[in-house]
Every structure is written in C-alpha cells, then in structure tokens.
Design a protein around this ligand. Structure first.
Ligand code: SF4
Length: 305
C-alpha cells in the first residue's frame, strides 16, 4: 500500500518549498495540522524542534526533518541541565516555555506557548494568582514584563535572527520615509524595537494585520521578522509597500540559516524517506513533553472558540 506522505512548511522557508507543501503555517498551525494529519510520513520543512513537536503530537507517524542541521539558536543556547537547575530554583512558580524549545526542554515545562497565545496564557495564569518563570526567549519575556508589568524571571536565550533588528537603523529607515510609515514586529525582536512597533504579534498575526490593512497604499510598512514571510505578505497584498525592517543601516535582510537548509533537493529526498528521522525520543520524554503542549491546545480551543 502506498504510504501517505504529508509535507509541512513553515512560513520562513523559501517560496519554492512552500509550494511543495500540503500545509504552510506558523508553529501553532503546523502543530495542530500534524496532530490531526492522517499521514504515515510527515516531512517537516522547518527546524528540528518543530519536527519533534509533530512527532510528540502524532507518535504513530514517521516524522522526517529534511536537513539534520536545521536547529534553532533558542535551542542551542539552552543547556538543559542548567535549565533544570534554574527551573528547580523556583519551586513555587509555573514554568512557561515558548514552543521554540527542544523536547527535553518541553518535558521540564508546565505550559508551552506560541507567539500567538503567549499573552493570553500568561494573563490567565496571573489571574489565577500564579507566579510564572519564562523560557527560553529573553526578548519575548522582556516584552511581556514591560507590556503587562509582570516580574517573570527569564531564561536568557535569543533568536539569532530577530535579535539582530536594530533600533538605530530602524529610526534611520523610518525617518527616511517622507509619508506615513508603520512598523509591525515579532516578539522575538529586541525590546527597543518592539517599543516602536504599532503591532506586535505572531507570524500569522502579522500576516493578518497586513491582509486587513485599511490605510493608504502609499504608506510604507516595515516588517521586523524573518524574510520568508514577506513572500506570503506580498501574495496577500501586492498593492502595499512592504519592507523588511533593517538590521543595520542600508541592510534590509534577515534570514534564518536553519530554515533555509530546507532546499528543494533536501525536501524531495525527505519525501522519499531520506533525512533525519525523529525516532530518538523516549516514550516517557514524549509523554512529559506532550502534557504542557496539550494544556496549551486545550486552552486555545476553549479561549479562542
Ligand atoms: S528564525 Fe530564530 S527562532 Fe525561528 S528557527 Fe530561526 S533561529 Fe530559531
């Protein structure tokens, strides 16, 4: 019998990879799709923590990452033994972790969040009188503390792509626009950049913001996130002047090297069964990592219904 192969692609992959996929989305959309996918094989054109999440949510499927090198700086900057020690130093706190984390990391967490639901889940926990620690993204945690007046202790890792957005270069770019200019930003960006943004939100949230933009088509919209999403934004609103936010003067370019390892050849090979097979997670580790993810999915189903 022919095996059913489902290919998933993150918005940060190149357009030609997105065109090869059955589903294109952000972390939350792809996690949900993976959980429900009627697939023997899931080819995950993204990075390793995403393929691990797909395996955790759909353990019966064979999950393949096209290039074993597709990691993420939020994972590589987090030593799990040190994280465990840090987590244990706050025994009365709830540990909330961003989905951009390894399976081992998730297994040490009480809740997993995505950039789409992080605000609401943490607000919910504080409303219940809980104390919260947040990992691994320092920029996202700093933004939440600033925006809502929390005092969450933060783990210190960053997305090496978003962390490069630069406020001075941004001010220069905004100042060079003669008409109206807007900035929308992903919360993995540094706090000084986020403070200048008119909208801060997830990759899908930013895409929706652009899709529904009612302002003039002569306005300039700077986008502070990975460059792959500009393709989707351009498809949604070809009439708008969309520009990637600068990382230094004169350079509007910021690309995730790990996402771009998903080449056409690598994805084709993975569809034939070649690539990194996510078969190294133990049952008990997967169960421990699944519980905080399911908690998030149940919350989202209730809260956003
Ligand atoms: S863009 Fe940043 S957070 Fe996303 S995979 Fe690349 S390094 Fe990780």
């Amino acid at each position: 019998m022919t095996k059913r192969v489902v290919t998933l692609a993150h918005y940060y992959t190149q357009p030609e990879i997105q065109q090869m996929a059955d589903k294109v989305g952000d972390s939350l959309e792809l996690s949900l799709f993976a959980r429900e996918a009627d697939a023997d094989v899931i080819v995950f054109a993204g990075v390793r923590f995403m393929a691990e999440t797909a395996k955790i949510l759909n353990p019966a499927a064979k999950v393949i990452l096209p290039d074993a090198g597709s990691t993420c700086s939020l994972v590589t900057q987090t030593d799990v033994a040190a994280l465990k020690k840090w987590r244990n130093s706050y025994p009365d706190h709830v540990h909330v972790s961003y989905i951009n984390s390894s399976a081992e990391h998730k297994a040490l967490s009480d809740w997993i969040v995505t950039s789409r639901n992080v605000d609401d889940i943490i607000a919910h926990l504080y409303a219940e009188g809980k104390q919260v620690i947040f990992s691994p993204d320092r920029n996202m945690g700093a933004y939440l503390n600033f925006q809502y007046g929390y005092d969450m202790p933060l783990w210190s890792a960053v997305c090496e792509v978003h962390d490069r957005f630069n406020e001075a270069a941004l001010d220069e770019a905004l100042g060079a626009v003669s008409g109206a200019a807007h900035l929308i930003a992903h919360p993995e960006s540094p706090l000084p950049v986020l403070k200048r943004a008119g909208y801060v939100g997830s990759t899908s949230g930013m895409l929706n913001w652009v899709r529904e933009y009612q302002g003039s088509t002569t306005d300039v919209i700077f986008v502070a996130t990975e460059d792959g999403i500009l393709y989707n934004m351009g498809l949604a609103r070809p009439d708008l002047d969309l520009r990637q936010a600068p990382i230094y003067a004169g350079c509007q370019c910021n690309s995730c090297p790990y996402m771009k390892m998903n080449t056409v050849e690598a994805v084709k090979r993975a569809q034939q069964g070649d690539g990194l097979l996510i078969d190294y997670l133990g049952e008990s580790e997967m169960a421990s990592a699944r519980a905080p993810i399911e908690r998030m999915l149940e919350f989202s189903a209730r809260y956003y219904a």
